[in-house]
Ligand binder design. Structure first.
Ligand code: URA
Length: 211
């Protein structure tokens, strides 16, 4: 099966904000704000293909058939905990979306994902599911999360991240060729600790000010 595309958004505003996020000098409050702003732009891009239907409305001047979003309702799934940083910006633009959370931590030895939390909307099979996690590193967590969502009935899934490593993209495309990937940057590689290079460090720690 041919894989769905990997889309790297090369918008100057997004690249500028991403550069600020990457800098180790950037403070927690600025990092959080920048992630929220970039996530709004990612939300804009990931919804680019949503179908429209005309509905009749009255403006103060005339009655018209005007386009409105139709089709499947949306659901945003945050991979905890750093996914919540993207979730906030997504919901700014998609306030009616339902939300789910999947908790996975990376075993420091094996780098394999271990699930500790799973709560998603009942009707996930009827929704367009947007899975969010800032860092697509090994790809193991994202692939495992999406496998769980498919077991719950999700059929229409997109994955959104801030940075993607080529290794993670490969794992995702092998496991879920039906899932498109949208990212602000495809970085160089992973280092021996599983961090994205050049990356921005630990997204969760930088977002929440932990260490
Ligand atoms: N998770 C992170 O937060 N950063 C990385 O570089 C890789 C995984």
């Amino acid at each position: 099966m041919l894989s769905e595309p990997v889309i790297e958004i090369r918008h100057p505003l997004m690249q500028h904000k991403l550069t600020l996020m990457r800098s180790k000098e950037t403070t927690t409050d600025n990092f959080r704000r920048l992630l929220r702003e970039i996530s709004q732009m990612l939300a804009y891009e990931v919804t680019r293909d949503l179908p429209l239907e005309n509905i009749q409305i009255e403006t103060p001047v005339a009655t018209i058939d005007a386009p409105a979003i139709s089709g499947k309702k949306l659901c945003v799934i945050s991979i905890l905990r750093a996914g919540n940083g993207i979730l906030d910006g997504m919901l700014d633009l998609l306030p009616n979306a339902r939300v789910g959370h999947i908790g996975l931590y990376r075993d420091p030895e094996t780098l394999e994902p271990v699930e500790y939390y799973f709560k998603v909307p009942e009707d996930i099979a009827d929704r367009l599911v947007i899975v969010v996690d800032p860092m697509l590193a090994t790809g193991n967590s994202a692939a495992a999360a999406i496998s769980r969502l498919k077991l719950r009935g999700a059929v229409s899934i997109k994955f959104v991240c801030l940075l993607a490593a080529p290794e993670g993209i490969k794992v995702m495309q092998a496991a879920h060729p039906d899932v498109s990937i949208l990212t602000a940057s495809i970085d160089q590689c992973l280092n021996e600790h599983g961090y994205i290079v050049p990356g921005l460090g630990d997204a969760g720690d930088r977002l929440f000010g932990t260490k």
